[in-house]
Design a protein around this ligand. Structure first.
Ligand code: S3P
Length: 171
């Protein structure tokens, strides 16, 4: 790959799974932002939100993205809220193609319902809440994306093939 790939999208759109696939397919390093932040802080994402607050977590995301700007041959799997900050977007665009993974709220709900690692939806894990938050973010996500991929009812392999096809047609 002659460009880094930056995966964005709402929680549960499959960013981590697709990052792993791409990493294996193209021998790219995978940077899972949530995981790196949790490791560095020595605590889980819910604990970071609980103890330090959301702004602290958002600052850690910005710092990490800026650090990643200079990397080559990487797939960066962002947190769902990473593109909401303008300066994060500049850092993403600096050194990669931004790929938005999208899915229906119903699909998201099925994917996240048994997971307890997402503080922003933990107390509101239902389709209307997810749909509302997705709607709030949709404009931002689509404005930032170079490529958009619908992931409902598709395998990881199919999503990667579509991504590669779209990347090819842009270069
Ligand atoms: C968030 C998404 C999460 C994580 C944090 C906040 C968000 O990442 O960064 O809980 O604001 O959408 P995933 O999209 O990987 O679940």
């Amino acid at each position: 790959m002659d460009t880094n790939i930056v995966l964005i999208g709402f929680m549960g759109t499959g960013k981590s799974t697709i990052a792993r696939h791409l990493g294996a397919m193209f021998a790219m390093d995978v940077i899972e932002m949530d995981q790196v932040i949790a490791q560095r802080e020595g605590m889980s994402i819910p604990d970071i939100f609980e103890i330090h607050g959301e702004q602290y977590f958002r600052d850690a995301e910005t710092d990490l993205l800026i650090e990643m700007q200079s990397k080559k041959n990487v797939v960066i799997s962002c947190g769902g809220g990473t593109p909401l900050r303008e300066r994060n977007v500049a850092a993403m665009k600096e050194n990669g193609k931004v790929v938005l993974l999208d899915a229906r709220p119903e699909t998201i709900y099925e994917r996240v319902k048994d997971d307890h690692s997402r503080p922003l939806i933990e107390k509101n894990k239902n389709i209307p809440f997810i749909a509302g938050l997705m709607e709030e973010r949709r404009g931002r996500y689509t404005a930032v994306a170079d490529i958009i991929i619908q992931t409902d009812d598709k395998s990881g392999q199919q999503i990667c093939e579509e991504l590669i096809r779209q990347l090819g047609s842009q270069t």
